[in-house]
Design a protein. Structure first.
Length: 413
């Protein structure tokens, strides 16, 4: 059944394998806006693309009734946004500044035409995404523009895992994407200005902040535990499933995720409890153990500076634990291990920013990392405790690594 036009800004892995396919399969004509000419041309030539589900029950999904507009043509892109029923973004937080002018132009067109507000589903996995959008658009619109009346800003929690594809796979079909079977888009029920569309997989929530924090401090943090503890314990490990199945690492990863889970229960007692958090952690571990997905420690751990920053998955979880009276034993150990993460890609190369981190910041010691990367202030009582916990964990790791034989079971206990 036709539902109108949906515009997906960003035709990358998440845009195609997750958001675009949800709306296209629900009956929307789906228009992608992207600046990669090869992808735009291929979408307009084929009007469909393939999603390979890498799971215990593998399958192929063909996403139909799609087309594309090159984002470099701002007028054409804004025209699509001016006439669509709703849209979504999946471009990465760093690229939002490049799409704000197009959205602002579209809002002006909609207001001039008397069109309904534009609902924007923000699929960027960032905290306070609606505030960032509001500020970014407000700087571009004329004084007195009715921004609040012309847009709905819908925050999300993106939990779908999309592995890195090989160069051979990408060369064979520029539209092909791999993904896991998980297909639930958690979103802010209160952000919609228009009726919420009937889209299977769309899961509106009243308390969106709780689910954004859960994604960062349990899901993303769980990935960090796999990558950082796994790499330090055995640099030969390559895949997340290897760490989850490991006799020592597997139970430690679960205990670390439950540290965050128990902290979030105290922050959001009306949303979470011991039972639903344990169920969520176990479901995530089952997904991390999906061999067919082929998810690598390199993918889930790379970009150390971002992933060890103050508000991100590891240090954010650490501070949340401390603020809520949870002993962050494994969380601090994860942070210390993250400083030592040196995983490489399929070509044997480190992620360039991580290589620079190892050659520059790390050489000045963990105190420098805590200052410059983690942003933990010694003068703040809670953050000072977080610093102490990481430094103590780093001491344990250093002593263990320097010993003749490391008893990782004891270290991770």
């Amino acid at each position: 059944m036709a539902q109108g036009t949906f515009v997906q800004i960003g035709a990358g892995n998440i845009g195609r394998s997750f958001i675009g396919q949800l709306f296209a399969r629900a009956g929307f004509e789906t228009v992608f806006i992207d600046v990669v000419t090869q992808v735009v041309d291929a979408l307009n030539d084929q009007h469909r693309y393939r999603v390979e589900i890498k799971d215990r029950d593998p399958q192929t999904i063909w996403v139909e009734n799609v087309r594309a507009v090159n984002g470099a043509d701002r007028e054409a892109a804004a025209a699509e946004l001016a006439e669509c029923r709703l849209c979504a973004t999946a471009v990465g937080p760093g690229a939002l500044k490049y799409i704000y002018p197009t959205i602002a132009l579209a809002l002006e067109k909609r207001v001039a035409a008397g069109a309904p507000p534009l609902d924007v589903i923000i699929c960027e996995n960032m905290r306070d995404a609606a505030s960032a959008f509001r500020e970014g658009l407000g700087q571009l619109l004329p004084a007195g523009f009715p921004l609040e009346d012309s847009i709905g800003l819908i925050e999300t929690s993106i939990g779908k895992m999309v592995p890195i594809m090989s160069k051979a796979d990408r060369a064979h079909d520029p539209l092909l994407v791999f993904a896991e079977a998980y297909n639930t888009l958690i979103c802010d029920k209160r952000g919609f200005r228009n009726p919420i569309p009937d889209v299977p997989g769309l899961a509106p929530k009243e308390n969106m902040t709780a689910y954004v924090d859960r994604k960062s401090f349990i899901h993303n943090f769980g990935h960090a535990l796999c990558a950082y503890l796994g790499h330090v314990c055995d640099p030969r490990l390559r895949y997340t499933y290897e760490t989850v199945e490991h006799d020592v690492l597997g139970p430690a990863i679960r205990r670390g995720m439950m540290e965050s889970a128990r902290a979030l229960i105290r922050v959001y007692p009306t949303e979470f409890d011991e039972a639903n958090q344990a169920e969520h952690v176990d479901d995530l571990l089952s997904r991390f153990a999906n061999r067919a997905l082929g998810d690598t420690l390199y993918r889930v751990g790379r970009d150390i500076r971002r992933k060890l920053s103050r508000e991100d998955r590891v240090i954010g979880a650490l501070c949340c634990d401390i603020a809520n009276g949870i002993e962050p034993r494994l969380t601090a150990l994860c942070a210390a291990a993250g400083m030592r993460f040196r995983a490489v890609d399929e070509a044997g190369r480190m992620y360039p920013p991580d290589r620079d981190f190892a050659r520059e910041t790390w050489l000045r010691g963990p105190q420098a990392v805590l200052d410059e990367v983690c942003g933990l202030k010694a003068g703040d009582q809670g953050e000072a405790r977080a610093r102490e916990a990481v430094l103590a964990a780093d001491g344990v790791l250093h002593q263990s690594i320097m010993s003749a034989r490391v008893d990782w079971e004891q270290v991770l206990e």
